[in-house]
Design a protein around this ligand. Structure first.
Ligand SMILES: N[C@@H](CCC(=O)N[C@@H](CS)C(=O)NCC(=O)O)C(=O)O
Length: 213
């Protein structure tokens, strides 16, 4: 089977989720860096992704965007350990968590807090403190909900790594680098325990984001 290609910067949370899936499956892939922080989204990427986002994925001429679809495709097409639970209810829970991450967690945690607190200063801009304060209650709610769904499991769903964990890793990793995360994570020790375990995986270490592009 030919090598898939992922178009997106290594610093992108969503690109990292797709890379994590390929690393966990042991899939060899090419990463084509697409930067959107130093300038507008490149025209070639908008051709791949009409909503002007990263990443986009291509395998044997099959083109796909939206990371929840990319993750499932990677899991189902390539050999390697399954990243989706067999059990119907656990699979539904995984899909629910991915949807919570996309719909509620990413917008406030990355779209507001991380962009303002970490990315804006890196680009030489002042963070918008009002936007950060406004995002904190929603971030807190998301983390509480994820703690509740995670319960006492080793992973977010059950005792095996799933696409839900791989969706959350990049968000959590940036979030924990903000000073605002301390108070919220103190209320959610289960998430810290989850991170202590998952952050030791080779896939997580190999995909550490870098801004030195
Ligand atoms: N629903 C998309 C979300 C992708 C997304 O939001 N990517 C971010 C980077 S992590 C992006 O492209 N941001 C650039 C922008 O919004 O201009 C997916 O699942 O792939």
């Amino acid at each position: 089977m030919s090598k898939p290609t992922l178009y997106g910067p290594a610093y992108s949370t969503y690109a990292r989720s797709a890379r994590l899936a390929m690393e966990e499956k042991g899939v060899d892939y090419d990463l084509v860096e697409v930067d959107f922080l130093q300038g507008p989204m490149p025209a070639e990427q908008i051709e791949r992704h009409p909503f002007a986002k990263v990443p986009a994925f291509e395998h044997d001429g099959f083109k796909l965007y939206e990371v929840s679809a990319i993750g499932r495709y990677i899991d189902e097409v390539f050999d390697g350990p399954s990243l989706q639970p067999e059990d119907v209810r656990e699979r539904a829970r995984m899909t629910q968590i991915i949807s919570i991450l996309d719909s509620y967690t990413y917008p406030c945690t990355i779209g507001q807090l991380v962009i303002q607190r970490l990315v804006m200063p890196m680009l030489g801009n002042q963070p918008n403190e009002a936007a950060i304060s406004a995002a904190l209650p929603e971030i807190s709610k998301c983390m509480n909900v994820l703690t509740g769904l995670h319960a006492d499991n080793a992973f977010l769903v059950g005792d095996q790594v799933t696409l839900a964990d791989l969706h959350f890793v990049p968000i959590y990793d940036y979030f924990q680098n903000t000073p605002e995360s301390d108070a919220i994570l103190e209320q959610n020790p289960g998430l810290r325990a989850w991170w202590d375990g998952i952050s030791k995986r080779e896939s997580v270490q190999k995909t550490q984001p870098s801004f030195d592009q």
